[in-house]
Design a protein around this ligand. Structure first.
Ligand code: AKB
Length: 332
């Protein structure tokens, strides 16, 4: 009775077509909570559902809808999409580059089988589907400075292989069946409130915490390792602007997005403008160094800028100032 009452209740009418109903998978990783916050500001708290297989921290649970969702369980996902009248799916579940190399079989299952479930579901339910790709989708034979949108992609990590697979599957389903597939290749993302887990670019987050706690950071990459990076606020804004872009503006379905590119020693130099006593030692980890050496040092994102107006707000000085201020505020 309750359900039929709800169904006949005016307040449960489908939202107007411009208001999406969003489901975010892997929502408790580095990116989900912040993206949900920004989407909820625009579309209303109830229209954005975070999901993961882990129990959320209390503040996340209290801030809006959260549900259990395992991307390997197709029926569970389908139930969530149907019952909640989802129209946009943001698929953040994935194992990152370094942790993927340590557990190839799990990375293959989550990053490829999980993606297939999401693609099938998006097709079945006419969803707009966002799947992030990465600088890790390129490899040693790709042009590295800069890496364009379209070029040779022969990554040497299971993470990269799964991301290229995702790009190709999504684009294939778009061209064959009209799936509204959208994919951005993210650089390393720098955030305060949520930490990355198991990536190659993670040093560029940890160094800020170390700088303000012990004053010493041991870097697992060589000082001259240049990689594309981005402040998390730019990453969220790019994702939302891209999801909102009308289809006719998109000449591609997979775009590079870029903001800045730096080496550990350049980052240290910028942090030392605020904290002159920061001590950094270098102890390269062969696995992560090898991965980083195969990735682009710069991204060409001219297509994103031209087609849907992408423009980053943070350069290196702004990123460093914001990271240090935000961590300080959290600590007081
Ligand atoms: C990683 O380092 O694995 C990620 C990425 C660049 O995709 N942060």
């Amino acid at each position: 009775r309750q359900i039929s009452q709800w169904n006949s209740d005016e307040s449960s009418d489908p939202p107007p077509s411009e208001t999406p109903r969003v489901l975010i998978t892997g929502g408790l990783g580095q990116l989900g909570v912040g993206l949900a916050r920004m989407l909820r500001q625009q579309y209303g708290t109830e229209n954005v559902i975070l999901s993961d297989i882990k129990k959320p921290p209390t503040e996340v649970f209290k801030s809006g809808p959260f549900v259990y969702a395992d991307v390997l369980d197709f029926k569970n996902l389908r139930e969530l999409v149907v019952n909640n009248r989802i129209t946009w799916l943001v698929h953040y579940s994935a194992l990152l580059s370094a942790v993927g190399e340590a557990n190839v079989s799990l990375a293959r299952t989550i990053n490829i089988t999980g993606l297939h479930n999401v693609l099938d579901l998006a097709l079945e339910n006419c969803l707009r589907l966002f799947v992030p790709s990465t600088i890790g989708a390129f490899g040693p034979s790709s042009p590295r400075d800069p890496a364009p949108d379209l070029c040779v992609q022969r990554p040497r990590t299971i993470y990269g292989v799964s991301k290229v697979h995702g790009e190709l599957m999504g684009e294939y389903l778009h061209h064959k069946y009209g799936l509204d597939f959208r994919c951005l290749r993210y650089p390393g993302i720098i955030s305060v409130n949520t930490k990355p887990g198991g990536g190659t670019t993670d040093y560029a987050v940890q160094i800020f915490h170390d700088a303000l706690s012990t004053g010493h950071h041991e870097c697992y990459l060589r000082p001259d390792t240049r990689l594309p990076m981005m402040h998390i606020a730019d990453c969220h804004r790019a994702t939302i602007e891209f999801m909102q872009a009308p289809e006719y503006q998109l000449s591609l379905r997979t775009y590079n997005i870029s903001a800045m590119s730096f080496t550990p020693e350049e980052l240290v130099e910028e942090i030392r403008k605020h904290l002159p006593h920061l001590k950094v030692t270098y102890n390269p980890d062969p696995v992560r160094q090898n991965i980083a050496d195969s990735w682009p040092v710069r991204f060409d994102d001219s297509n994103a800028r031209r087609d849907w107006g992408w423009q980053p707000a943070y350069g290196l000085p702004e990123l460093v100032t914001d990271m240090l201020n935000t961590i300080r505020e959290k600590r007081t």
